[in-house]
Ligand binder design. Structure first.
Ligand SMILES: O=P(O)(O)O[C@H]1O[C@H](CO)[C@@H](O)[C@H]1O
Ligand SMILES: O=c1cc[nH]c(=O)[nH]1
Length: 234
C-alpha cells in the first residue's frame, strides 16, 4: 500500500495506462480488458489490472494537474515497480491543422509550471518521451491507419486562462507546440528521475483557435482509437 493507493505489492502490472479521469480507467477496464480487478478506490482514483491479448496491464486514474500526476507516477514506480507509464489524455489544440479528435504523440513537453524550476534550482529541464515507446506508437498508428501528429505539447497549470493575459498560448503556437494538457511534463519528469519509460498520447477534445469542444460524455466515450493504440504498447 502507498499513501494514495491501497493496491498490494504485485497487484499492479509493470505497464500502466494513465488517464486523468478515473471514470476513463473504469471504462477501459470494463470494455477493453478481460478479468479486470479494481485494486484502488482511495480518493475515487480508480485503478484496475486485467489482460489485453494475454498481456497483463493496469490502468490508473491520475487526476488533473502536475502535482496529482506526480503523486501517482511516483507511487506507481517507487511502491509498485512500474516500468512503462503511458498517459492517455485529452488536450486542447493550438494549431490550425490539429483538429478535434486528432491524436498527438507528445515527443517533448514545455511547461508554465513551477515544479521543474524548483527541482532544478531555477533552471530548465526538457521532459521528453521515451524513444522506444514513441517509435512503437508511431509504427502501430501506421499499421492501424491512425493519423497521428508528433511534436511538442505544453503542460499548463491553467485550464482557464486569465483575462488580463490575452492569448497566452500564442508564443507556444508560434514555436510549433501542438496542444495543451496539464500532466505530460510531470509524467516525463518523474519517469526521467527513476529511469523509467513514459509516453503521453493525447486526443484533442477542444480547439482554442476555432473555439470548438466535445462534451464531457464524448470525452469519456470517444477515445477508443487512442486507447487501442496505447494498449498495443504493452
Ligand atoms: O482528460 P485528461 O487526461 O484529464 O487530460 C486533460 O483534461 C483535464 C482538463 O479538463 C486535464 O487533466 C487535462 O490534462
Ligand atoms: O488541459 C487541457 C485539456 C483540454 N483542453 C485544454 O485546453 N486544456
Amino acid at each position: 500500500m502507498s499513501v494514495h493507493n491501497n493496491a498490494k505489492k504485485g497487484d499492479i502490472a509493470d505497464f500502466v495506462l494513465l488517464p486523468g479521469d478515473p471514470q476513463r480507467a473504469k471504462l477501459i477496464a470494463e470494455t477493453f480488458l478481460t478479468d479486470a480487478k479494481c485494486y484502488n478506490e482511495v480518493r475515487g482514483m480508480l485503478g484496475y489490472t486485467g489482460y489485453f491479448n494475454g498481456k497483463r496491464i493496469s490502468v490508473q486514474g491520475t487526476g488533473m494537474g502536475m502535482p496529482s500526476m506526480s503523486i501517482y507516477a511516483t507511487e506507481l514506480i517507487e511502491e509498485y515497480d512500474v516500468e512503462k507509464l503511458v498517459r492517455i489524455g485529452s488536450c486542447g489544440s493550438i494549431q490550425e491543422n490539429v483538429e478535434i479528435m486528432d491524436i498527438i504523440l507528445a515527443m517533448s513537453t514545455c511547461t508554465d509550471s513551477g515544479m521543474n524550476k524548483l527541482r532544478f534550482n531555477g533552471n530548465d529541464f526538457a521532459p521528453a518521451a521515451n524513444f522506444e515507446l514513441i517509435k512503437k506508437a508511431w509504427e502501430v498508428a501506421k499499421e492501424k491507419s491512425i493519423n497521428v501528429h508528433t511534436g511538442a505539447v505544453l503542460t499548463s497549470d491553467f485550464f482557464y486562462g486569465e483575462s488580463h493575459i490575452k492569448d497566452s498560448f500564442l508564443p507556444w503556437k508560434t514555436y510549433g507546440v501542438l496542444g495543451i494538457d496539464m500532466e505530460a511534463a510531470a509524467l516525463y519528469s518523474i519517469a526521467a528521475k527513476y529511469n523509467k519509460k513514459a509516453l503521453a498520447i493525447l486526443t484533442v477534445s477542444d480547439h482554442l483557435l476555432k473555439e470548438q469542444a466535445i462534451s464531457a460524455e464524448d470525452r469519456l466515450n470517444s477515445f477508443k482509437e487512442m486507447i487501442s493504440l496505447a494498449l498495443e504498447l504493452a
